[in-house]
Design a protein around this ligand. Structure first.
Ligand code: C2E
Ligand code: MG
Ligand code: MG
Ligand code: MG
Length: 288
């Protein structure tokens, strides 16, 4: 009867609510644990950098790469190596990315200086900048101090920013990026094509490099749209005087497509995975 049906529905509603409440509680608790552990990680410096090679199109991947991109990992005492997707967003929300980002920049420049001293350095090292870092008024001074501390010269440090970060405050970003350029830093737009880009602003940004997102590279030979977007990006970039680095190159077919359409640089598992500095150093020494 109706009463029984009503009672049943109410009970079910209560159960659903209970289910959702405990799921929410679990998510909130997990998030709090992550935040607490991340603070400890910052204090105890539980981070390490891995470097992924970038090769000029047509270069031999058995040789020393043209550049490397620094990618941060968290060496969690129990969970092992935690990838950036799992902690960068929380680091960004809590502002902890400020300290982490400073450490990344310093460590990448210190490693690069050591490679130079050993005569095994690639031409440049690329470091990712977060939205939070780009908003920091001290950014330009920080970068200048790190370059001076480790003796990096013009063109040896490249900073990568995503297009949405650059476009969220185009006027402010342009000014900061110009100041960074004046320090001799090269600038790249990361994950190009995934954000919303105004071509007008793209032209006004003082950048040298576009990184074509992995999203378009993945199905570049089978998906006509991805191929068209990639080719159009290459044409656009080149007509603006920019170099293009393709991300996520995993197969020879992807590489051949990109190279035949004039892509300047390649990055991806086909050419090399991100690896600790010590592993790369050993290989580069052996190559000499
Ligand atoms: P990103 O800057 O676009 O870096 C490229 C990502 O693609 C890296 O993931 C790299 O390991 C991965 N990758 C490279 N080649 C291939 C491939 O052939 N196939 C596939 N499936 N993946 C490939 P990772 O290291 O997990 O980093 C993810 C993102 O985390 C980065 O994307 C970047 O946005 C962010 N990130 C990493 N390190 C830092 C950092 O020091 N600071 C900041 N702010 N963000 C960072
Ligand atoms: Mg990047
Ligand atoms: Mg990228
Ligand atoms: Mg990407």
């Amino acid at each position: 009867n109706a009463d029984a049906a009503m009672y049943h529905a109410k009970e079910q509603g209560r159960n659903n609510l209970q289910y959702f409440t405990s799921a929410l509680n679990a998510a909130a608790a997990e998030r709090l644990t992550l935040e607490r552990e991340l603070r400890i990680a910052v204090e105890e410096r539980q981070f390490e950098l891995h470097y992924q090679p970038q090769y000029a199109a047509g270069a031999d991947p058995r040789e020393r790469p043209c550049g490397v991109e620094a990618l941060v990992r968290w060496r969690h005492p129990q969970k092992g190596l935690v990838p950036p997707v799992r902690f960068i967003p929380v680091a960004e929300e809590t502002g902890l990315i400020g300290v982490i980002g400073d450490w990344v920049l310093d460590c990448a420049c210190r490693d690069f200086a050591a490679w130079k001293a050993a005569g095994i350095a690639p031409r440049r090292v690329a470091v990712n900048l977060s939205a939070h870092q780009l908003r920091n008024p001290a950014l330009v001074d920080n970068v200048g101090a790190v370059l001076a501390r480790h003796g990096l010269r013009q063109g040896e440090l490249e900073l990568e920013i995503t297009e949405s970060v650059a476009m969220s405050d185009p006027a402010g970003a342009i000014e900061k990026l110009q100041a960074l350029r004046a320090l001799g830093v090269d600038l790249a737009i990361d994950d190009f094509g995934t954000g919303y880009s105004s071509l007008v602003y793209l032209k006004r940004l003082p950048i040298q490099v576009l990184k074509l997102d992995r999203e378009f590279v993945r199905d570049i030979e089978s998906d006509a749209n991805d191929a068209a977007i990639s080719v159009a990006t290459l044409t656009l970039a080149h007509s603006l005087g920019l170099q293009v680095v393709a991300e996520g190159v995993e197969t020879e077919a992807q590489r051949d497509f990109l190279v035949s359409h004039g892509c300047d640089m390649l990055q991806g598992y086909l050419l090399g995975r991100p690896e600790p500095a010590a592993v790369l150093e050993q290989r580069w020494r052996a190559q000499d």
